[in-house]
Design a protein around this ligand. Structure first.
Ligand code: HEC
Length: 120
């Protein structure tokens, strides 16, 4: 009996998240209060190096496309697969109007940034 009640409330919670989210298919990002220390560090990197051009918590373009739910989609806006290899390449080398940040970030900051982007 307890099990039934539990799974029922989980479904309820899931529905609530969907209603609160930005679209029918995308749940909200991981709440800030649940970020790991590495993800928190990555968020600081995002705020310093990416936030001026990219939204993280809503859809729509700023100077570049929104990073919201980036890894939860199969492809990046360019059509390249949304994986760490590709995203690292974009961050380090830049792309089109986006300048590369390779010289400003050490590997630890880069890994933290990727970890944060995975929470979006
Ligand atoms: C000066 C503005 C600017 C900054 C700063 C910037 N970007 Fe971008 N970004 C852009 C623009 C413009 C594009 C679109 C480039 C294109 O496709 O021609 C883009 C594209 C992207 C893409 C999509 C690539 C693809 O293949 O579709 C990702 C992912 C991305 N940026 C991540 C980041 C991250 C992470 C940072 C911080 C380290 C960052 N950007 C900093 C302007 C910026």
């Amino acid at each position: 009996m307890r099990k039934d009640t539990l799974s029922f409330s989980c479904v309820g919670l899931g529905l609530l998240f969907m209603v609160a989210g930005c679209g029918p298919s995308l749940a909200p990002s991981k709440p800030l209060s649940e970020l790991s220390p590495q993800e928190v560090q990555g968020r600081a990197v995002y705020q310093q190096d990416c936030a001026s051009c990219h939204y993280a918590n809503k859809t729509g373009d700023l100077h570049g496309p929104s990073l919201f739910a980036m890894y939860r989609k199969k492809y990046l806006p360019s059509g390249a697969p949304a994986n760490d290899d590709r995203v690292t390449q974009v961050i380090v080398r830049g792309r089109g109007m986006m300048p590369g940040c390779g010289n400003q970030l050490d590997n630890q900051q880069l890994q933290a940034l990727l970890a944060y982007l995975h929470t979006l």
